[in-house]
Design a protein around this ligand. Structure first.
Ligand SMILES: CC(=O)N[C@H]1[C@@H](OP(=O)(O)OP(=O)(O)OC[C@H]2O[C@@H](n3ccc(=O)[nH]c3=O)[C@H](O)[C@@H]2O)O[C@H](CO)[C@@H](O)[C@@H]1O
Ligand SMILES: C=C(OP(=O)(O)O)C(=O)O
Length: 428
């Protein structure tokens, strides 16, 4: 097992290029199941979640060829093999095998998904959607069994705005008979990206990116070529880092409109933010002003940037209140930031950050993906060396993290954990 060592206190500058969007990629790969010929997806990020999804596609009979950041998935020989255990539990997005396999085979057995532990993450809205389309859904020993004689289009109102449920229902509905309307749909850019791929495959989808999506089912979907959108959360993470320590950092391959809620907050704090078509230029200010943030569904402030943003707030003057309305318990990074001398308390579902604090290097543990990003940012801001364990979480969503940060002038490296450290880590 490896840990990350981060030496803090340096100002950073240069250019960082953003990879393809994790939360698109993890849906685009399962979407290929719906086609009858090879689907090619370009611009994939180098992250561990995609390796697992590639393995799962092979387990059900797909032929997967990877070359650089391009993947070709030939789904023609796939069968509806049950995936009740094993790799499906290692990530969240394995739930997209439910919608895609139901759409193609009218049956599937998929274990309940894993992913970041952020408090309860039910999938009742996914199931409500599948049932409305005519599927029988049962939960047997931790696996979801789905079966339908035929899928029929339906009007589905989501009780909770859910990215996963919106995409999953879309995946099944493109192969249902007749018209499906998803109301109160999520509007995240990744939903548009998945709809774009499905449309290139021959699906008929209108309204992706709005809260009403209309789908006219088709009998057949074919292979196509698709280029993935840039990762707004990776871009947002480097933007936050640049706001904390940037002497002028250019974020390349980003769609600035995807990050408007973050950029508005950074401007309020006094950060220099310049936008162009596919780039952002970010420069910190000597005296950052505290702000409050409240995470909301898109286009509100993204929950996935809440944790990295909390690290930035420790440097700002004043009190900042962080409220996460999507995951009320997404605060596991706070205890670790406190070890680094951050003055933060969690009260009534909000984290209250009193700044500025001079962060000190410490031994900390990444409990989830974005907590890991928050701790790396804090480590780069801190005096001394920070050791971050739990880096397999970070590898789920950040490609080439060490290389990208080193290019910006950071001192960060991997080290093998000793046996004693591994034991301590496993028991903590
Ligand atoms: C792989 C992927 O794309 N992950 C993202 C996706 O997760 P995921 O798709 O799991 O998140 P959702 O948008 O579904 O969840 C939003 C909220 O709805 C609740 N909910 C969701 C589904 C459901 O059936 N019932 C229910 O109550 C969840 O507990 C949560 O409070 O969107 C989240 C919210 O932007 C992001 O943090 C994750 O990075
Ligand atoms: C919560 C996240 O991922 P997942 O839904 O894959 O666990 C995330 O990307 O921040």
């Amino acid at each position: 097992m490896q840990k990350l060592l981060v030496e803090g206190g340096k100002r950073l500058e240069g250019t960082v290029r953003i990879g393809g969007a994790k939360n698109s990629a993890v849906a685009l790969l399962p979407a290929a199941i719906l086609a009858d010929s090879p689907v090619t997806i370009e611009g994939l990020p180098k992250i561990s979640d995609l390796q697992i999804l590639g393995d799962l596609l092979e387990e059900i009979g797909g032929t997967v060829k990877k070359e650089g950041q391009t993947i070709e998935i030939d789904p023609s020989e796939m069968i509806s093999m049950p995936l009740p255990n094993g790799k499906v539990k290692k990530l969240r997005a394995s739930y997209y095998f439910m919608g895609a396999m139901l759409g193609r085979f009218k049956k599937a057995v998929i274990g309940l998904p894993g992913g970041c532990h952020l408090g309860p993450r039910p999938i009742d809205q996914h199931i409500k959607g599948f049932e409305a389309l005519g599927a029988q859904v049962t939960n047997e020993q931790g696996a979801i069994y789905l079966r339908a004689e035929e899928l029929r289009g339906a009007r589905i109102y989501l009780d909770v705005v859910s990215v996963g449920a919106t995409i999953n229902i879309m995946l099944a509905a493109v192969r249902a008979k007749g018209k499906t309307v998803i109301e109160n749909a999520a509007k995240e850019p990744e939903i548009i990206d998945v709809a774009t791929l499905l449309t290139s495959m021959g699906a008929k989808i209108k309204g992706a990116g709005t809260d009403v999506i209309r789908i006219e089912g088709v009998d057949q979907l074919s292979g196509c070529n698709h280029t993935i959108i840039p990762d707004r959360i990776e871009a947002g993470t480097y933007t936050i880092l640049a706001a904390a320590l940037g002497d002028g950092i250019l974020i390349d391959n980003v769609i600035p409109q995807h990050l408007e809620s973050l950029l508005a907050k950074l401007r309020e704090m006094g950060v220099t933010v310049e936008e162009s078509d596919e780039q952002l230029f970010i420069k910190t200010s000597e005296k950052l002003k505290s702000v409050d943030i409240k995470t909301l569904v898109h286009p509100g402030f993204p929950t996935d940037l809440q944790q990295p943003f909390t690290s930035l707030l420790t440097k700002a003057y004043g009190t900042g209140v962080v409220t996460d309305t999507i995951y009320q318990a997404r605060f596991k990074h706070i205890d670790e930031l406190r070890r680094m001398n951050a003055h933060i308390k969690v009260e009534g579902g909000a984290a209250i950050v009193a700044g500025p604090s001079l962060l000190q290097g410490a031994k900390v543990k990444a409990t989830d993906l974005r907590a890991g990003a928050a701790l790396v940012i804090a480590g780069l801001m801190a005096k001394g060396i920070t050791e971050v364990t739990g880096i397999e979480h970070i590898e789920r969503g950040y490609e080439d993290l060490v290389e990208k940060l080193t290019n910006l002038g950071a001192t960060i490296w991997h080290e093998k954990m000793t046996e004693e450290e591994v034991e301590q880590f496993q028991n903590s």
